[in-house]
Design a protein around this ligand. Structure first.
Ligand code: NAP
Length: 308
């Protein structure tokens, strides 16, 4: 990945031109750069979410005007100072939401809301395990679940991230999956947690089912694939009477209306302090390769944004 100068043409009829102010980093970007998602396309501009100001509109565009603040979350080509984007993929950005918070919350805040509110409503008194408590989505789920009154057990990959998970509201923190399995057994006297939110994927759900880490009738929400696509043995799921969910953001954001309503809900949640203060790590856009290296070394925590 390298920085290049390109000329951005005028928008076509259904597009707008956006001067970008903040760009969201997603683990998706790393998986895509490695060729694990959407193939290998030479010259591709990385990134799928950002926020900025409309600087030109196509002749058919009526929803947005020059000077509007906007955000988006599912359009390839975000790692850029200026970009073109279909107007249908934009949502209006309220004045009280900064560009950086929009870039931080658009995919990750939406996923946290989808997993911990819409698909499984975390409630007071429940016990929750978050397997990537120091990750972008995982840290927001941790905050949200703690805010809703759950007891959150956070799992991190290394002791260095212990404090981060606590800062996000995890009441107890375990290092590594074996540590988390032991901790859940101890804290729930062998019964297991009500729900697991898993960003690691691969065989994590199977290992948690085999260890009885999720309670009888409990739920595993596999939202991520940091170490491989998630899978769960149907027999093990059935034996535990468990529910396994594997939500994909885009399946819930198929139209401009769905996107705009969902983002309004996420920002309402943010204003209600459900995500608390969101600490951001900022990288200059030209240093995007350094950010990817840090993520692959697993030295980043929480949410990172690129600033043009
Ligand atoms: N379903 C969807 O629609 C959707 C949408 C967006 C993102 N995602 C997926 O959700 C996951 C999390 O995204 P994010 O933006 O929160 O990423 P992130 O901020 O980079 O967090 C990922 C976390 O996973 C852990 N991790 C990284 N590599 C790992 C490995 N090889 N094995 C085990 N753990 C590893 C790291 O925690 P430790 O170092 O503490 O272990 C890291 O904090 C990614 O897989 C992403 O692709 C899914």
């Amino acid at each position: 990945m390298r920085a290049e100068d390109r000329t951005v043409p005028a928008p076509s009829a259904d597009e707008v031109k956006v001067e970008q102010k903040a760009i969201g980093f997603n683990y998706f970007d790393v998986l895509q750069r490695r060729g694990l998602i959407s193939g290998n396309e030479p010259g591709r501009v990385m990134g799928i979410e950002g926020a900025g100001v409309v600087s030109a509109i196509g002749t058919n565009v009526t929803d947005f005007a020059v000077g509007d603040r906007v955000g988006y979350l599912r359009s390839q080509g975000a790692y850029a100072e200026t970009r073109l984007i279909a107007a249908d993929l934009l949502f209006p950005l309220p004045d009280d939401i900064s560009f950086e918070i929009a870039a931080a919350l658009t995919v990750k805040g939406f996923m946290a809301w989808l997993c911990a509110v819409r698909l499984f409503e975390v409630r007071v008194g429940q016990t929750v395990l978050v397997t990537t408590a120091a990750g972008g989505i995982g840290s927001l789920i941790t905050r949200l679940a703690a805010h809703r009154g759950a007891h959150v057990i956070g799992m991190v990959g290394s002791a260095a991230k212990h404090a981060v998970a606590r800062e996000y509201g995890a009441a107890d923190v375990a290092v590594g999956l074996d540590g988390a399995i032991d901790m859940v057994a101890r804290l729930t006297t062998g019964n297991g947690v009500d729900v697991v939110f898993d960003g690691i994927g691969a065989d994590t759900a199977d290992r948690l089912l085999a260890a009885g880490t999720v309670r009888e009738g409990g739920t595993i929400t596999s939202f991520g694939a940091s170490s491989g696509w998630p899978k769960a043995d149907p027999e093990a799921v059935a034996r535990r009477r468990a529910t396994v969910l594997a939500p994909q953001a885009l399946a819930y954001l198929k139209s401009a209306d769905e996107l705009r309503v969902a983002m309004a809900d996420v920002f309402t949640l943010y204003r209600s302090n459900a995500f608390g203060e969101i600490p951001l790590t900022r990288y200059a856009l030209r240093d995007a390769a350094a950010l990817h290296q840090d993520v692959e070394r697993r030295t980043t925590a929480g949410i990172s944004v690129l600033v043009p």
